[in-house]
Design a protein around this ligand. Structure first.
Ligand code: 6CS
Ligand code: FE
Length: 299
């Protein structure tokens, strides 16, 4: 196991540290492992740390996924489950994890070449699923996700060794400037942001409702935004956002009347399997970071 001293990407530290330059590629094997994106799309992903692909799924497909999530949300056995995350202070469901195990439709979605081939091409290898979830942000009441890099959490709390994973968010509602859409900091994926504060035990029970550790300082966020700017995704239902595991992102409360929901899955390279979490932390449950035998997703 790596010790604290030899971990290049140190975080949850007691005193402020400078940004740490990324050492891994963003696009692996020069994008030659699979053929899904054009050279221009790959270049844009590499430069910005994300790519929005419009109209990937048609209206009928989106409708099917939405109905499927409605069906899942009504299952009585979901109530009180650890992988059903409610909003702070209410019973409203914020995130539902392991959707690919709960639903055959979603299980098929992760094998869809429109997603899988992109993940393989960018990560330069076969891939497996690290995490899947549905996020719900209803109109008027949907709550924010504070700024974070997913890799920071996955590295510290799940022991993910390298920046060789990506997320894809399939939009099930239109996302616009008003309904709590994803905001990303272009270029932020090139720096690891060491975060302040010792991780509390069972941190995920709190962080999935409202994250307070593993978030950047205001100084670091300002520095990244001064350099790269800030982008709000505006795209129709059926579009897909691919983003690097280390891209800084967040989203605001949704006080508009328009719901925002998405299906979210994380592909990790089969060559980047989880190790022990850092700093003696207990591994998080499987629904957050898969630790079983690694079989590449077929399809
Ligand atoms: O815990 C996770 O795996 C993801 N969820 C949150 C709220 N932050 C880190 C990461 O994106
Ligand atoms: Fe995230």
């Amino acid at each position: 196991m790596m010790t604290v001293a030899t971990d290049y990407y140190r975080s949850r530290v007691a005193t402020p540290m400078a940004l740490i330059p990324r050492v891994e590629p963003v696009v692996y094997a020069r994008g030659s492992y699979a053929q899904a994106l054009s050279a221009e799309q790959l270049r844009s992903y590499e430069e910005n740390g994300f790519l929005v692909m419009h109209d990937v799924f048609d209206a009928a497909e989106v409708q099917r996924y939405k109905q499927e999530l409605q069906r899942l949300l009504q299952l009585p056995e979901l109530v009180g489950q650890p992988d059903t995350i409610t909003e702070p202070g209410s019973d409203a469901i914020r995130s539902l994890f392991k959707v690919h195990e709960r639903s055959e439709l979603v299980r098929n979605l992760i094998q869809d070449p429109r997603l899988l081939q992109v993940a393989r091409q960018i990560l330069g290898s076969e891939v497996y699923l690290h995490q899947s979830r549905a996020n719900f942000k209803p109109g008027f009441t949907g709550k924010a996700f504070y700024w974070h890099s997913d890799f920071e959490t996955w590295h510290v709390e799940d022991g993910m060794p390298s920046m060789r994973a990506l997320s894809c968010s399939v939009l099930l509602t239109d996302n616009n400037a008003c309904n709590g859409s994803l905001m990303l900091v272009p270029g932020s994926h090139r720096y690891f942001v060491p975060c302040l504060g010792e991780t509390p035990e069972q941190h995920h029970k709190q962080s999935l409702k409202k994250q307070e550790y593993g978030v950047p300082s205001q100084e670091h966020l300002t520095q990244l935004v001064d350099e790269g700017g800030l982008v709000t995704v505006e795209a129709k239902a059926g579009s897909v956002i691919f983003f690097d595991c280390n891209t800084m992102h967040g989203s605001a409360n949704n006080i508009s009347p328009w719901a925002r929901s998405n299906l979210f899955m994380v592909f990790n390279s089969v060559d980047n399997a989880l190790q022990s979490p850092k700093y003696g932390l207990e591994p998080r449950p499987d629904f957050l970071g898969y630790r079983g035998a690694i079989t590449p997703i077929a399809g």
